[in-house]
Design a protein around this ligand. Structure first.
Ligand code: SF4
Length: 342
């Protein structure tokens, strides 16, 4: 039995947008199957967070229903749910499913980098006049305006639930996102009692059955994975290719996972990729400028929160002690070491 910090499930590889240099690659007509989902929930019995991704989650209502039905049938527990969407499609049924399963504990992340803006303009501006799409987004701006109306669930408004978030970065891997190479965030594991394993920080299952990483490219799945569901039990493949961690309790393991996530997001060492279905450490130059920005943003968040708690938030804003004039970075200064796909 596996407990994981974050279980990522790619419902589909199909997407209605075609963002330049989307790190997943071109949209594919691939949807997760019942067989894959059953194999996952035969082993994975609990996760702090269920992460739903695509492609575009809104194109996979049937698959989402299947995931939640099978999870319920097999007695799985999730603390909360996060879904990454592009914000251009709205399907009420998706929210009903999530409502029924998670109550108030789910949230959406909407990618908001410049590639999404370009892609929305390219795809939607053409025939928006006779479109039946109730959102009619002509640009990322429209998507943002629709955010509160459509994605902020009634129960999620204010402090009663989880708000929707915007990701400034998205899946584009070059210009405004500094991650230009694949980095594997999993697979660390800890042995518990009686065939019980903790795995983290993420266990990601592709719609194609690969046990991979949320950042892996669709066309390089075999190389960028720790195995495949057809090859046997997930935990056996993780034990063969992952890294064993010796923490003393599940709480410590969670802390370890949290630190790995932080170092990944701040683009600091260590960096791992998959090679021959094993996690391999690689040397990579630090992106100093990006690390500084992340530190500045973290610092800002901490100080803002402190000020909020002390009732001095207004003063904090008036005497705002941070200079973000160069943020986001001047894109022309970035060394584009890869050609754009589109
Ligand atoms: S970045 Fe996201 S929205 Fe854009 S093409 Fe890729 S999966 Fe679709």
């Amino acid at each position: 039995m596996i407990f994981t910090y974050m279980l990522g499930i790619e419902l589909t590889q199909q997407c209605n947008l075609d963002c330049r240099d989307c790190y997943k690659g071109d949209s594919k007509n691939v949807f997760i199957t019942k067989e894959i989902i059953e194999k996952v929930f035969d082993e994975v019995k609990a996760a702090d967070i269920l992460l739903l991704t695509g492609g575009e989650v809104h194109l996979a209502y049937e698959q989402l229903k299947m995931v939640l039905d099978i999870a319920k049938e097999k007695g799985c527990y999730f603390g909360a749910c996060q879904a990454t969407i592009n914000g251009t499609i709205y399907d009420k049924r998706i929210y009903q499913l999530l409502d029924d399963y998670f109550g108030e504990n789910y949230e959406f992340y909407i990618s908001s980098d410049s590639f999404h803006d370009e892609s929305i303009k390219r795809i939607y501006q053409k025939d928006v006049e006779d479109s039946n799409d109730p959102l009619h987004p002509k640009s990322l701006n429209d998507v943002l305006k629709n955010l509160e109306k459509n994605y902020m669930h009634e129960k999620c408004v204010g402090d009663q639930g989880l708000p929707s978030h915007l990701i400034n970065g998205g899946r584009a891997r070059n210009l405004d996102c500094p991650k230009y190479e694949f980095d594997a965030t999993g697979y660390y594991y800890q042995e518990g009692k009686e065939d019980c394993y903790a795995v983290g920080p993420i266990l990601f299952i592709g719609a194609d059955g690969y046990i991979t990483d949320g950042n892996s490219e669709l066309n390089s799945r075999e190389q960028q994975s720790i195995g495949h569901l057809n090859k046997g039990k997930i935990i056996e493949q993780i034990k063969q290719g992952g890294i064993q961690v010796k923490t003393t309790s599940i709480a410590d393991f969670r802390k370890f996972c949290w630190n790995i996530m932080q170092s990944y997001f701040s683009y600091e060492e260590p960096h791992y990729i998959f090679e021959n279905n094993k996690m391999q450490k690689v040397d990579r130059a630090k992106d100093i400028e990006y690390i500084q920005e992340i530190k500045k943003a973290t610092d800002l968040g901490n100080h803002g929160f402190e000020a909020f708690q002390n009732g001095t938030f207004k003063d904090f804003l008036v005497n705002f002690p941070y200079d973000f004039s160069s943020y986001p970075r001047d894109l022309s200064l970035i060394d584009h070491n890869k050609k754009l796909n589109k």
